[in-house]
Write a protein that binds this ligand. Structure first.
Ligand SMILES: Cc1ncc(COP(=O)(O)O)c(C=O)c1O
Length: 475
């Protein structure tokens, strides 16, 4: 079985791992004779030190739960009778309607052990965030709120913010929308949940890119949808491979996650034509589009759509901070009311304080200035990584061309997914965090390769980090 351990706090990590392993043994998820993951591997997966994991294994061994076997690693002790390893009474959790769905979802693990060279994808540079301006706007907003009466707000969100978002996407992406079309959400993740709840029923098929964005897959699966992976090539989603039962298609056309390719115009038109023929909705996730380092951007699907079937989703997680949990949906008029209700039943509305602060930040020009500044920093990092990979890693990796966003994908030339796993493990041991492309597959593993983000790593550390990564291939 695949063992999932989630660390969501930063305290007593060893204790938390110990309790989860012990529970897995007592409840029979791990049976007598089952191997525990090698300590090195588990340490890397959970980003804790190896000593923490070996400490846990020693404690479990001391208590008789596991046995260390020469050459076979650590296994669950054989002498634990099956009766002992099964709970006597059913727990309430055993009757969860969709046990398999929750078992398949992996909670993100906090990076408990700081790594010196952090190339993980999906993170912006928090040091670029204009904390001082934000703090002033927040203080002003709280002073204002102290004088007024608090009321629940509209599920669609703060009017001023929706106007600001409509203007922003008009300028940056050419998306024509009015404030009435915009719904503010707690990030893309909630946007996908709100959209799917409004639009689809359990059992409906939804197509997503393969490899693709796993949190999207899990959001859809958790609603009881049948998630179908569709291949991606250098032109983006393979439209010809779409299953005709799909009632919705989720895509990342401006910067495919994780490969980074941009969907070509012919593919975009083919996707729209396919969706028209099959009366399918398209969910366009434009998460990374503000950071473009060259070339002309291709129009969003939303602007090419003539039949009102594209639902556009944006996020402030890359442009500002993922911890703010702010995103938005641009909804076709026919779906507006259902989407408002869907957002309402989810959580009524997004924090009014944070929405008001963001509205002032955008209106005052702070947002546009921040994006311009951050783009220049990321442009340099993008160039450095692409140049170094192309020069020093060409015998091992082929860079997937991309001119947008905060990460680069590089496909393995000959190495298998297991060999790349070994590289990632060795890299982690030497303080370099990178991700494996193969982990982003939908039904089957994705292609072997690496994913390198450059939001979290300071520019000055990139060269050194890549040098260390390079040496991890020489084994
Ligand atoms: C494909 C994709 N969409 C959206 C997001 C942002 O998600 P959220 O707005 O929920 O933070 C990410 C972040 O990594 C992403 O990779």
């Amino acid at each position: 079985m695949e063992l999932h351990i989630s660390l969501v706090g930063r305290k007593d990590l060893g204790g938390e791992i110990y309790r989860q392993l012990r529970r897995a043994i007592l409840e029979g998820q791990l049976r007598p004779g089952d191997p525990l993951p090698p300590s090195r591997e588990l340490a890397r997966q959970l980003t804790v030190s190896r000593t923490t994991v070996t400490g846990v294994y020693d404690r479990l061994a001391g208590e008789g739960f596991v046995t260390a076997r020469m050459g076979a690693g650590t296994v669950v002790s054989e002498h634990l009778a099956p009766a002992q390893s099964r709970p006597k009474n059913k727990r309430i959790g055993d009757s969860l309607r969709a046990r398999a769905i929750w078992d398949a979802i992996q909670l993100p693990t906090v990076l408990a052990k700081p790594v010196r060279f952090d190339f993980r994808s999906g993170l912006p540079d928090a040091t670029l965030f204009p904390h001082d301006t934000w703090r002033q706007l927040m203080a002003r907003q709280l002073r204002l709120e102290a004088k007024g009466t608090i009321v629940y707000d509209s599920p669609a969100g703060n009017r001023r913010l929706r106007e600001a978002i409509a203007r922003h996407i008009g300028v940056s992406r050419g998306v024509e929308a009015s404030a009435d079309d915009v719904i503010v959400t707690n990030g893309t993740q909630q946007a996908l949940d709100v959209i799917a709840r409004a639009l689809l029923s359990p059992g409906d098929h939804i197509a997503i890119e393969n490899p693709g964005y796993r949190p999207a897959r899990w959001a859809f699966a958790a609603l009881g949808l049948r998630v179908r992976g569709v291949a991606v090539d250098h032109d983006g989603l393979d439209v010809a491979a779409l299953p005709k039962q799909a009632r919705a298609v989720y895509v990342t056309p401006s910067h495919q996650y994780p490969l980074g390719v941009s969907m070509t115009l012919p593919r975009r038109l083919a996707l729209l034509a396919w969706a028209d023929r099959h009366n399918t909705a398209i969910i366009e996730d434009d998460y990374d589009s503000e950071f473009r380092f060259g070339g002309r951007p291709i129009e969003p699907l939303r602007m090419l759509d003539r039949t009102g079937r594209v639902i556009y989703v944006g996020s402030f997680s890359k442009t500002l901070l993922p911890t703010l949990r702010l995103g938005f949906i641009v909804v076709p008029p026919s779906l507006r009311e259902a989407m408002h209700k869907s957002k309402f039943v989810a959580d009524w509305h997004t924090s009014t304080t944070i929405q008001a602060v963001l509205a002032h930040f955008i209106d005052g020009g702070g947002f546009a200035r921040h994006i311009r500044k951050a783009r220049e920093v990321y442009r340099v990092r993008h160039r450095m990584i692409v140049d170094t990979l192309s020069r020093d890693f060409s015998d091992h990796l082929t860079v997937v061309p991309s001119a947008t966003g905060l990460h680069i994908a590089a496909a393995a030339r000959t190495a298998s997914a297991e060999q790349i796993s070994g590289v990632v493990l060795r890299a982690f041991e030497s303080g370099v965090a990178v991700q494996e492309l193969s982990k982003f597959g939908v039904d089957l593993p994705g292609p072997p390769g690496l994913l390198l983000g450059y939001g979290a790593i300071p520019t000055a550390r990139i060269e050194d980090g890549l040098r260390r990564l390079r040496s991890c291939f020489n084994h």
